[in-house]
Design a protein. Structure first.
Length: 288
């Protein structure tokens, strides 16, 4: 399979990456299937894996997502140096009223500590791409970004990204990080288009835009009618509607990347084909 490649900072990597989160949070598959899923993506040519410090089950062992990625890469026989591994710091898991939830800690001391822990969990001296996972309303954004700058300066990370960021926050990050900032990872999909302003702004600033939950998220209620046009085109093309969704997102600019999740090999293998789908002008007009 020949996969679409694009430049993300200093890296040339596949435009369709693997979002690791479903393999290690609630509802995850067993360990062998999780490793098999990562190996299947890599064997098919995927060279972009996205994980996070906070990808673990609430109440369970921390950093299990990063540990899984390390184990999968160590047991893979392919060229590890070709694979861009991105991770994120600033989130953590807990419980609210007995239900698994997410919380944030963007304090500089926490980000610096967690960044170094992420490098150790991934088994690397320097992380390829390290994101600030989510702004913390309790901490000035400049302070959090200053900590990310320190991680870059100390060589803990080769490049920096920010996630769940507004245009104003992108500007703050650029003013502090300069060329160390290479990517913005925001939610974007047919059911969540609120970040189109940042998608366009990152193109102007020469930054990658990485769509998280590009298929709308799993186990979340969503307006399924938003997918009808995509399903119609998919039926005519004889492909999955998920491929059409991802291809539509990739059409938004050569700076756009998608990181769909998967629980099993077949799912990510289908998603990886989206980079080669090539939607027509008429089809893109239908999708908006």
């Amino acid at each position: 399979m020949t996969l679409l490649a694009r430049n993300l900072g200093q890296y040339s990597t596949t435009a369709v990456g693997l979002g690791e989160m479903p393999l290690t949070i609630e509802g995850k598959p067993d360990h062998d299937q999780a490793v098999e899923t990562i190996h299947a993506a890599l064997d098919a040519g995927c060279r972009h894996i996205d994980t996070a410090w906070a990808y673990y089950e609430s109440g369970g062992p921390e950093q299990s997502g990063e540990e899984l990625v390390r184990q999968a890469l160590q047991s893979w026989s392919g060229p590890r140096d070709e694979v861009l591994v991105a991770t994120k710091v600033g989130h953590f898991r807990n419980f609210t009223d007995g239900k698994p939830t997410w919380d944030v800690d963007g304090s500089p001391e926490n980000l610096i500590r967690r960044g170094k822990e992420s490098a150790r969990a991934l088994g690397v001296q320097s992380i390829d791409l390290l994101y600030f996972h989510r702004p913390d309303p309790k901490v000035p954004y400049e302070d959090s970004i200053g900590a990310m700058k320190q991680l870059a300066d100390e060589g803990v990370a080769k490049s920096i990204g920010i996630s769940n960021a507004s245009i104003d926050q992108i500007d703050i990050a650029l003013s502090i990080l300069g060329d160390d900032l290479v990517a913005v990872q925001n939610q974007y999909s047919p059911v969540f288009r609120d970040t189109e302003d940042t998608l366009e702004y990152t193109a102007e600033k020469g930054l990658a835009f990485v769509c998280w939950s590009p298929l709308g998220g799993f186990r979340k209620s969503k307006d399924e009618t938003r997918f009808e046009a995509f399903k119609g085109i998919a039926a005519k093309r004889g492909v999955s509607y998920q491929q059409v969704v991802l291809a539509w997102e990739l059409s938004k600019g050569t700076h756009v990347f998608v990181i769909p999740g998967a629980h099993r090999p077949a799912t990510i293998l289908d998603s990886l084909q989206s980079g080669e789908l090539g939607l027509t002008v008429d089809e893109l007009a239908q999708l908006g």
